[in-house]
Design a protein. Structure first.
Length: 411
């Protein structure tokens, strides 16, 4: 038989093993603290901005158009060239060649030409007739002067002879004028038969062209018509503007535009240089519908900004260049800031998880203005409180938490 001490030792070992197993199971199943990121609620500068892409543009852009219909000579200017008001010639317009004539029109014009020749011949015959009648009247007047001396004819007959001479002279002058008219009609008929292959024989008549001069001093922004071609009156040729007279235009959503007031400050970024300062000059009173890249109709409002103390920017920032605009709509130098990643909604109320003695405690908060990084705390949190960032579904009221890193407020 085994001794009593041996049995007691065996029992003690068995009890010790059972206790160790129970302790291990308890430790394995015991809830572990949740690893979380935390940040402190602190005071600091707070700013709310409306961010949107925009573009730079020259305030007054002049579109130079063709004043008459004609052949535009190829423009010698290039985009970027400087021009001076009323001095720089920006375009030359020459007369264009006549149009082609079809068979019917040609026959009609040829018939008109023959009729004009016949009219000239008729006018010449009328001149010969009037000249002959005038010579006869003049001879009758001389005869009357001779007879009046001998009192063979009366004074009345002499006066009638004079009137007859005057009448025949007027008839001759009328016939000569009619001949000039018929000759001009003949020339007109001949000119209407000129085809494009005969126009100027390759030479442009002197003084025939129209020169277009720059209406304002500045630089050429864009050539709309560069090559030689026939243009009608009013055809746009090129655009001219002053690069120093630069402004910015942003198309804001209407819900953002109502927050912007005239005179608000803005920062211009994303244009390839250092950030620039600008000021809102005008928020247009009428909006317009714009379809976004996702096919959603949006109501947009144009907002105009003016650069503030931007020297030599026009040398790099040009017309229709893309920019990124941040317009300040709210600013506080010392606001109680809460990281926006700590907020979540519960039954329509903003809430956060506050770390107290190693456990998460839910806390209702009231917030004011918000931006992309922080929210302004109006009520519910004291300065220095530690809040959990990005709380997961494992975080609940009363759960033990462990900070993953030392508490720090994100910048």
């Amino acid at each position: 038989m085994r001794s009593l001490p041996a049995l007691q030792t065996k029992r003690a070992l068995m009890l010790l093993g059972v206790a160790g197993l129970a302790a291990g199971l308890t430790w394995a199943l015991w809830p572990k603290p949740v690893l979380v990121d935390v940040a402190e609620v602190r005071k600091g500068p707070f700013e709310v901005t409306v961010d949107e892409e925009g573009k730079a543009r020259i305030k007054d852009v002049y579109t130079v158009s063709a004043p008459i219909t004609g052949k535009l000579v190829r423009l010698s200017l290039e985009a970027g060239d400087r021009v001076k008001k009323d001095m720089t010639i920006v375009a030359n317009i020459e007369p264009m060649a006549p149009a082609f004539l079809d068979v019917r029109v040609t026959r009609e014009l040829e018939a008109q030409l023959e009729a004009a020749k016949a009219a000239v011949a008729l006018a010449e015959a009328e001149i010969h007739q009037a000249a002959a009648e005038l010579m006869f009247a003049q001879s009758e007047l001389r005869r009357a002067h001779t007879l009046i001396k001998t009192k063979i004819i009366s004074e009345r007959a002499l006066e009638r002879a004079r009137i007859d001479v005057d009448t025949k002279e007027a008839a001759l002058a009328r016939s000569k004028a009619n001949l000039d008219v018929r000759k001009r009609e003949l020339e007109s008929s001949q000119a209407r038969l000129i085809g494009p292959e005969e126009a100027w024989k390759g030479e442009v008549p002197a003084g025939c062209c129209v020169t277009v001069r720059a209406p304002v001093s500045g630089r050429v922004l864009r050539l709309i018509q560069e090559s030689e071609r026939v243009v009608v009156a009013g055809t746009p040729l090129l655009e001219i503007g002053d690069p120093d007279n630069l402004e910015l235009v942003v198309e804001l959503l209407s819900v953002d535009a109502v927050k912007v007031v005239e005179g608000a400050t803005a920062t211009i970024e994303g244009w390839g240089g250092t950030p620039l300062l600008a000021r809102v000059m005008r928020v247009e009173p009428a909006g317009f519908t714009k379809v976004s890249a996702l096919g959603i109709e949006e109501q947009r409002v144009r907002t105009i900004l003016k650069l503030h103390k931007a020297e030599n920017v026009a040398d790099r920032l040009g017309h229709e260049y893309r920019v990124f605009v941040r317009i300040t709509v709210h600013q506080s130098p010392n606001a109680l800031r809460l990281p926006i990643s700590a907020l979540f909604r519960r039954e329509g109320t903003w809430m956060v998880y506050v770390v107290e003695r190693g456990r998460a405690r839910s806390q209702t908060v009231e917030i004011g203005q918000r931006n992309t990084g922080f929210a302004e705390v109006a009520k519910g949190l004291p300065e220095g409180a530690s809040v959990i960032l990005h709380p997961s579904d494992r975080v609940a009221d009363g759960v033990r938490v462990v900070t993953r890193a030392p508490a720090a407020t994100p910048r």
